[in-house]
Design a protein. Sequence first.
Length: 410
Amino acid sequence: MKVLRFISCIIAGAVFMFSGIVKAIDPLGTAYKFNDYFQAFNLEFLKPVSLILAVILFTAEFISGFAVLSGYRRKEGIWGIMILMIIFTPLTLILALTNPVSDCGCFGDAIHLTNWQTFWKNIVLIIFTIILFAGRKKVRNILIPVREWMVITAVIIMFVGFAVLNLRYLQIVDFLPYKTGVNIPDAMKIPEGVPTDQYESTFIYEKDGVRKEFTLENYPADDTTWKFIDQNTVLVKKGYIPPIHDFSITAPDGQDIAEQVLASPGYTLIMISSKLKDADPSDLSKGFELGVHCMASGMGFLVLTSSGSDELSRYNNGFTFYTGDETTLKTIVRSNPGYLLLYKGNIMGKWSSASLPPKEKFSASMTTSQIKKMNRTSPVLAFYTFTVSVIIFALLISSLLIKSRKSSEI
């Protein structure tokens, strides 16, 4: 049983830590997933607190996993993962049966699972959780309680800080389909030989006041005594979906100019604001100033938003505002506003307002090496991530050494 508890600690602790980390890398993505759930279950009034709930969730996942794996407040960590499993296992069963949201988002955008895959994953994981919960009374402290709580508190603070910096400077690891280096036209293609959507059509005919449903194989094509009433077509099996399938740029006249922009031979910088009213006015002004500079230097520049005409009418600054789907814009860049640099359909760079290079760096004659320098991860985020990773790794190793020493003293 001791071996089973040891294995359960490793598996449950590692899974919960990983789940918390990938969500913390993309806090807005987790918040958007909460919004999907709220919409599916008619809880839209909770949308304003979705980001707060997202932070609470992935912090609880990470710190519970850390406590179980390291041994610092392990008993509380076991309670944490048990509570999370009690909440989410029935929820994932409901999602699997009703499918209101196609992807649960349990591992963010790093790993996509269907609702049934998520449910069975939870069934396996809850077995390890029950083993740990059954043996929780045998858990021994590594340090005195106050010191263990100091460790846990410090890790929570560091972890939330990590999420905040990812929110400010964009994800240190980009799991989204619109990441730097992707060629959008190529990512929109459907390869030959891949499964396509499969539909099943049924036909309703009437004869002598009686209606009957037929399929393509047996409908009365040559029997004129049957009168056609209706046709139903249902998707029975989803086919291959390319990584990018919803990229569009709609001009004020209703024309989709996405292909034109992607085929442009020069650089095009797109300033993306999912909703202009939700963006900081100073950040918008900074973006508009950059736009003036780009156009003066021979670069293409456009503003892409999902804001309606009433909102757009407030801006009379000489820019043409193009529109796109709000969900797609939030998928392209997790910042409002955010920036996407294109060259012949290739994504050359992505920035948030905080990580945006000085406007003087942008020109029609930029070289690849210059753009690489502009694309470097924020030094603040990179240094912080490295430091926190070293500290947490050191805490995990030190906990093993302390437990080993205590075992040898018995």
